[in-house]
Design a protein around this ligand. Sequence first.
Ligand SMILES: [Zn+2]
Length: 167
Amino acid sequence: MASSTSYNPPCAACKFLRRKCILGCVFSPHFPPEEALRFANVHKVFGASNVAKLLNELLPHQRAAAASSLAYEAEARVRDPVHGCTGEISFLQRQVDRLQRELDAANAVLVWFACNDVVSLEAAGRSNVGLGGGGGRFYQIGGLPISYDVPWNDIYNCHGGGMDGSN
Ligand SMILES: [Zn+2]
């Protein structure tokens, strides 16, 4: 009945495909038995034979990355059948673009403050934040000045251009 040799459970692929997991199974290192859903998604989207063919064509050290990528793409495709991972990429790209615009706007404001002496705001007693014209200190209400670097000094000519970047 039971053999005396140690029992190695079949990998997720061989278990799913109901076949014997042989020594050197190309799926085994990348689809362990406990990741059945991972392989099921890959099989559903790409097909087990295509994945086996692809993994066999790769060098051994490239297979883990390929399997990981296939699993990621398959999961995304199962979650979003229309867009797959391109939907996530588009979402992240829009987020990067939006954050870049916010960063550009914040930098433009910083340049404006650096280029225009805003001591008058402090004199008005309404502002809790002021930057010196040459940069170098950041004031808080009742606090000590905090020194900071002004990276734009090397990039912008403060007295030669405006906020719109024209010189
Ligand atoms: Zn196997």
